[in-house]
Design a protein around this ligand. Structure first.
Ligand code: TXA
Ligand code: MG
Length: 352
């Protein structure tokens, strides 16, 4: 039985979190909200508890978990050989949506880190997440609280859909505001390397610590088996809806025309079709179901709705989906990175 603990994030007493604290202390699994996406938490220093996370998600055992801390100083307790850059980044971006990969101390079991000698650490900003870590006194290992391969959950309903019956407790604290997982930077190499783009963009990192390289896996437009991502999770198929998703690139008008034509053809074949677009173009589509993901003026709105829309496509049983593409820079880099994975890197040009 999975217990649901409802917490009103704008008005709650700390002791309302005690049932979740108890589960964590006893080595159980608690899903909880963070500002990025919901996490599936367990005691990071308890190998047995960490192992349960992999089982609940169906996650490959070589894919390490992110360890969540309450105070930036906690990295001294978990990591070794901490470079100056880590403290600078912590000062600028913690608490917040940034994960730093550092050399791990022996006290972190290898199960937590997917067998690596390094550990990913994040100090989240979300109040419920912070309270949970602080009150329990537990460093919380937490991947996103979705079944492996599914879009990360941005609402408790998504977690309930994937995890009901598989974990001890779900804290329903409302929606995750940012909606994309944290930026990951590896500080064990020189220069540091961006492993996963997110709200903290490449240029924001470079402004603080100077030179930062980008893992080629992040920028690739084709799945390339010879590229071995440094974040093991980036190699797995992810976020894909059940229907066939294609990204259409090109000039605005041509993209709209192309998608309209393609949808018309699919509809005549009896398929359920849909388009992922923005508020600017929502009236431009003549057939198919229109999924408005946000507006181009406010890229954060696109980021915060992407995963929910990918899940909605399945709920609506859409067979064939076309998505407009987004500018591949700053926050757009994170959006396109997730969208490309969801589409299995299937991109066509409107002009073709
Ligand atoms: O925003 C987030 O980061 C959310 C919330 C819950 O904090 N968590 C999250 O975790 O997205 P997950 O497990 O879905 O993604 C973690 C990614 C994976 O791609 C994993 O391979 C990578 O981080 N990672 C974790 N530890 C690592 C390490 N030591 N070295 C390289 N990559 C690591
Ligand atoms: Mg994940």
């Amino acid at each position: 039985m999975t217990q649901i603990l409802r917490i009103n994030r704008d008005n709650y007493q700390e002791d309302e979190l005690l049932p979740a604290v108890k589960v964590l202390k006893m080595g159980g699994l608690v899903a909880f909200p963070t500002e990025t996406v919901y996490g599936l938490g367990a005691n990071a220093l308890d190998a047995t508890a960490a192992t349960k996370i992999y089982a609940a998600k169906g996650r490959p055992s070589d894919n390490p978990l992110i360890v969540h801390i309450n105070s930036p100083e906690d990295i001294k307790d978990l990591a070794e050989e901490i470079p100056d850059a880590a403290w600078q980044l912590a000062k600028h971006f913690w608490p917040g949506p940034l994960t730093m990969v550092l050399k791990k101390q022996d006290k972190i079991p290898s199960e937590t880190c997917g067998g690596l000698e390094t550990v990913g650490i994040r100090c989240p900003e979300d109040k419920i997440a912070r309270d949970l870590i602080r009150i329990s006194g537990v460093y919380i290992a937490a991947p996103s609280a979705n079944l492996s391969g599914k879009p990360s959950p941005t609402m408790a309903e998504h977690v309930i859909h994937d995890m009901d019956g598989r974990i001890d407790m779900i804290i329903d604290g409302g929606g995750a505001t940012l909606g994309l997982e944290s930026t990951i930077i590896d500080l064990t190499c020189n220069p540091p390397m961006l492993l996963r783009p997110g709200f903290i963009t490449l240029s924001m990192l470079q402004n603080v610590i100077g030179d930062v390289k980008v893992d080629p896996v992040v920028t690739t437009r084709k799945p390339d088996p010879s590229l071995k991502p440094k974040a093991p999770g980036m190699k797995y198929r992810h976020y894909a809806p059940e229907g066939n998703l294609t990204i259409v690139e090109g000039e605005e008008d041509k993209v709209i025309q192309k998608i309209n034509n393609l949808m018309q053809t699919e509809v005549s074949l009896g398929k359920q079709v849909g388009v992922i677009t923005t508020s600017e173009h929502q009236n431009a589509y003549k057939v198919g179901k229109v999924f408005v993901i946000g507006d181009r003026e406010h890229e954060e709105s696109i980021a915060s709705h992407l995963f929910a829309i990918l899940r909605e496509l399945d709920v609506e049983h859409i067979d064939v989906i076309y998505a407009e593409s987004f500018l591949d820079m700053e926050l757009g880099q994170a959006i396109m990175n997730r969208l490309l994975k969801a589409a299995g890197y299937h991109v066509i040009q409107a002009e073709e």
